[in-house]
Design a protein around this ligand. Structure first.
Ligand SMILES: *Cc1c(COP(=O)(O)O)cnc(C)c1O
Length: 418
């Protein structure tokens, strides 16, 4: 049996999540103590790490003065939104509910971009009434609804970016690619030209931007740059289009041996191509993924059919990504161990064969009652949690920016909450 190697843990650990004297900590706290008090499964977020990531991205994209719109769908936790509001972040929302959350966290409507392939009329009315900064439009009929909403709300102008489907194939998992020709997202360049040609019939709409978002967890920048060229070709003839929104998609490191693609090439390419344009970015994952983890406890150990199953109290209802798109999350024990490693399956309690959190993974030998952390689950973790099997949603704990206090920011649901 190969040893469960401790030396490889570097990429999924960081200044906030690290081992201190052999136990896994978040900032100034042992995660075992938090799990002991709050129970499992529980998501734990480090606001310090969220804000470090936000500031680092702002700095990286400073040469193009990019305005960062944090993508709320990655993690809509109220404490995270509140901390980003304080930093002056803007926001990318994909539903009326997300807009409401940002406003409740103290965010300004003008700093919100409202995107989405299927906005309801009620959502459009709400966004226009509240004075949301941008609507990213993906459908000609939406423009009629926005024009009508603006008339009803007495809004002089509503600022719109038209979402281009640039027909590029991003270097990412097919299930999280959005910019290829067969995707439901965006509009073709022809449709956008047609809309701009007849913009006079929408007197209250200011066609001020082009939006692209080609996918998530992008492995390199090439498809983004290809899409940018198409957006610039499209925008070129129209003097009123001064904003290019490049969407999200910046990756996070999920595996021990992941290295992130450098961004300097992208930034310098953007700087040379986007001169004279206002640049928006919508990062979600890159801000919150490695600022959170999911703690879970081993309920049973089953040795069957030549395999080891660790059955834990978190499942696909708490963390859907592995079942939904084969996502990989490293599994770390709360107590560092030199025990031999064994290839095992980490599975949840849900009555589905796809309820596997980690498949064929070299793990230290675990006992009933041991706790492990599913790393890099701050993005699209709790955000996708659901109540299948009438399972209560897990709790969320947030550690303050100074790292010195933690609190339950969202209590675990109970059976009564269904
Ligand atoms: C999901 C989404 C994002 C965020 O994507 P990340 O990969 O988390 O950065 C940004 N913009 C739009 C329109 C999205 O749908």
């Amino acid at each position: 049996m190969p040893p469960f190697c401790l030396c490889r843990w570097r990429m999924v650990l960081n200044a906030s999540f690290r081992y201190v004297d052999g136990s896994l900590w978040v900032d100034d706290f042992a995660l075992g103590a938090i799990a002991g008090e709050v129970g499992t499964p529980v998501y734990v977020y480090s606001l310090r790490r969220v804000l470090d990531n936000y500031r680092r991205l702002r700095q990286t994209f400073a040469p193009v003065s990019a305005q960062l719109h944090y993508s709320v769908k990655a993690n809509g936790n109220a404490a995270i939104l509140g901390a980003l509001v304080e930093q002056g972040s803007s926001f990318d929302c994909v539903s009326g509910g997300e807009i409401q959350r940002v406003l409740a966290a103290g965010g300004a409507a003008r700093q919100i971009v409202f995107a989405g392939v299927g906005k309801t009329r009620a959502e459009i009315d709400y966004a226009v009434e509240r004075g949301v900064g941008w609507l990213n439009v993906e459908n000609a009929l939406e423009l009629d609804y926005i024009q009508a909403a603006a008339e009803r709300a007495g809004a002089e102008t509503v600022r719109v970016a038209l979402r281009l489907n640039p027909q590029v194939t991003a270097n990412t998992h097919p299930k999280i690619a959005t910019g290829h020709g067969g995707a439901k997202f965006g509009m073709t360049a022809e449709v956008i030209h047609d809309l701009l040609a007849k913009r006079g019939i929408y007197p209250r709409i200011h066609f001020a931007g082009i939006h692209i978002h080609i996918g998530s967890q992008l492995g390199d920048s090439q498809a983004t740059l290809d899409a940018l060229e198409k957006a610039l070709d499209l925008a070129g003839p129209y003097r009123q289009i001064r904003t290019i929104n490049l969407g999200g998609g910046l990756p996070a490191a999920y595996r021990f041996d992941d290295t992130l693609p450098p961004l300097d090439g992208l930034v310098s390419a953007l700087a040379s191509r986007l001169c004279g344009y206002h640049v928006l970015l919508e990062p979600g994952r890159a801000i919150v993924a490695d600022a959170g983890l999911l703690l879970t406890e081993v309920l049973y150990v089953k040795r069957q059919a030549g395999q080891i199953f660790y059955i834990v109290d978190a499942g696909m209802t708490d963390l859907l990504r592995p079942a939904l798109y084969d996502a990989h999350h490293e599994v770390l024990p709360l107590c560092k161990t030199s025990a031999v490693g064994e290839v095992a399956q980490l599975v949840g309690p849900v009555c589905e064969s796809t309820d596997v959190l980690a498949r064929d993974r070299l793990l230290p030998r675990l006992q009933v009652g041991d706790r492990v952390a599913l790393m890099t689950t701050g993005a699209y973790g709790m955000a996708m949690a659901n109540t299948y099997n009438a399972r209560p949603l897990p709790a969320e704990v947030v550690v303050d920016e100074n790292g010195e206090a933690w609190r339950v920011s969202r209590a675990r649901d109970s059976w009564d909450d269904g």
